[in-house]
Design a protein around this ligand. Structure first.
Ligand SMILES: [Zn+2]
Length: 361
């Protein structure tokens, strides 16, 4: 990530008005957010990005937010969408004409859908050349918008098994009405998933190469994958690659309706508590602050975001040992989040994390 490291970004004047706004999403990602914000505000967006990370729904959501920021007609400041204008509302609903998702189930309109798929759409295994052609035809048309084409795979996930996935990241993949109805009947939902060679094969990838080499103006392709090896070298070499280690979905929203108590506790933990702290009391406080039957993976993702913001405010003046200290704490948090996401025993993981924060780090 040499490009990121060498990027110098002005200290941001951002105190997000609410946790769901675009600034929070961008800034919640630390250096990555700075890089993205800088790319947008300086006009050097380029034409191809590879988003690499485990949290594909989160990266999908982030891509949508970027499309919104790039197309807001009345931005609050450069790189911060207003959230109110027609373009923002369209983007929020994933219905913006400049925001296109290309996955094996999506098509531009009913006609193309029928032409391309016939009756086999439901079993469609790959992104087809004709599908890609339809998208390329669309972006070749002149437009005042910055077109954002998100290439992703989708899983159809039983609603009852969606588990740790945030509600806000689900159901965003636009699919033909027929398929959506079918999915609803089967009690399943579309969830963004990593591109793989099987889904995005060489033929459509090669067809896309020419466009990546000579892109139409103001057109950005975003590839979502958990491993860049899933994409052809000829694609990745023409794109800016961004690796996400923190979960973009962390920046979506507070996990509880009234997050005041949780915020206060997380801030106290950030400041640090002495080893003499009663661990049972602390665990109880956390448990109560997180509300009834919380999604703990989401709570920890939110926790990361909150600490990320604290860190941003202090990073420029921190000493080297403080940097190490906070990085260790953020790493412990990330480890705990991943464990909980993998269904490792939640209470034990949380107690271990609290103990580590008070005693070891
Ligand atoms: Zn707007």
């Amino acid at each position: 990530m040499a490009t990121m490291a060498s990027n110098t970004v002005e200290s941001p004047p951002v105190t997000p008005p609410n946790r769901c706004d675009e600034a929070a999403v961008l800034w919640g990602l630390g250096p990555m957010g700075e890089w993205l914000h800088h790319a947008i505000t300086s006009g050097f967006v380029g034409h191809g990005w590879v988003f690499k990370g485990q949290d594909v729904p989160g990266m999908y959501r982030l891509s949508m937010v970027l499309a919104k920021v790039l197309n807001c007609s009345e931005p609050i400041e450069p790189g911060v969408a207003c959230g109110q204008c027609r373009d923002c509302r369209w983007a929020d609903a994933n219905a913006h004409p400049a925001l296109l998702t290309l996955c094996r189930y999506t098509f531009l309109d009913d006609k193309t859908f029928k032409e391309v798929t016939g009756s086999k759409a439901r079993n469609k295994k790959t992104i087809g050349v004709k599908q890609l052609g339809a998208v390329l035809g669309n972006v070749a048309m002149r437009s005042d918008y910055t077109r954002v084409v998100i290439l992703t795979d989708v899983d159809m996930v039983p609603v009852k098994e969606k588990g740790h996935l945030s509600e806000a990241t689900l159901g965003h993949i636009p699919a033909p009405a027929e398929l959506t109805e079918w999915a609803t009947k089967k009690n399943t939902t579309f969830v963004p998933a990593s591109l793989s060679p099987a889904v995005f094969a060489a033929e459509p990838a090669n067809k896309l190469l020419k466009t990546l080499e000579e892109p139409p103006p103001r057109c950005l392709f975003v590839f979502l994958t958990d491993d860049e090896q899933n994409l052809m070298d000829t694609i990745t070499s023409r794109c800016q690659q961004l690796a996400f280690t923190a979960p973009p979905q962390a920046a979506l929203a507070a996990p509880v309706a009234d997050s005041g108590a949780l915020d206060a506790l997380l801030d106290t933990l950030w400041e640090g508590l002495p080893p003499t702290t009663n661990m049972d009391d602390l665990y109880q406080q956390l448990f109560e602050a997180a509300g009834t039957s919380p999604d703990w993976a989401l709570v920890l993702a939110y926790w990361q975001q909150r600490w990320g913001q604290q860190w941003r405010q202090q990073a420029s003046t921190a000493t080297k040992s403080q940097v190490q200290y906070f990085n260790k704490r953020l790493q412990a948090l990330e480890d705990a989040r991943l464990q909980i996401k993998s269904y490792v025993h939640t209470e034990a993981t949380l107690r271990q994390l609290l103990f580590a924060l008070c005693h070891e780090i």
